[in-house]
Design a protein around this ligand. Structure first.
Ligand SMILES: [Zn+2]
Length: 196
């Protein structure tokens, strides 16, 4: 069946005492349902496509800028630009494992700085490990709602009593993300929350 909007998903969660495993089973099509102990919550929204800019690149105007999906930089992160062939500049976190270390690629790296007009939000991906108790997903989503943050996707694997997964949310900057992480950590049964 699949849920097309977050509203429907929220409604489904609000109906009863759902564990993550229940949520997984509800979201997955019959054909996608795995045989035994491993379950995956399907992504409930399409990947978010972000428009350009939000950063300044020294000496360059009108260059196409995109934010790397591997590390999802948000304001406050140290960033670096990577000159792509024919696709402008991709902005990564400075510590992204995809920043090429090899000498021949170093000259494709370029300094970039955040340049925000305000009101804009960025994707932060949170890796969460938690107990799969009743209403866990509901509690996580309640915190996200309480912080006035949009959730883009959720993806959990359940193994036994533990659930591991990732929630993608929209945040203003590193501090905003930090506040949300601190709140999620206070939910009973949460074992760890880290920004990816
Ligand atoms: Zn990256």
């Amino acid at each position: 069946m699949g849920y097309q909007t977050l509203d429907l998903f929220h409604q489904a969660l609000g109906k009863g005492d759902l564990t993550l495993r229940d949520v997984v089973n509800t979201l997955l099509d019959e054909s996608e349902k795995p045989g035994d102990s491993e379950y995956t919550v399907a992504k409930i929204l399409r990947p978010f496509t972000r428009t350009t800019q939000g950063v300044t690149i020294q000496g360059l105007d009108n260059v196409m800028v995109q934010f790397a999906k591997c590390c999802n930089p948000i304001p406050g992160d140290d960033i670096v630009g990577f000159i792509t062939r024919g696709r402008g500049i991709t902005v990564h976190r400075s510590n992204c494992k995809n920043i090429p270390k090899i000498e021949s690629e170093q000259d494709r790296l370029i300094d970039v700085t955040w340049d925000l007009k305000g009101g804009r939000t960025f994707i932060a991906r949170l890796n969460i490990i938690c107990e799969d108790r009743k209403n866990m997903m509901y509690d996580i989503m309640a915190v996200i709602r309480e912080m006035n943050t949009n959730m883009l996707s959720v993806n959990f694997d359940v193994e036994g009593k533990l659930a591991r997964g990732q929630v993608a949310i929209m945040v203003e900057n590193v501090r905003h993300a930090g506040r949300i992480i601190a709140k999620i950590k206070k939910i009973p049964g949460i074992l760890s929350v880290e920004r990816m």
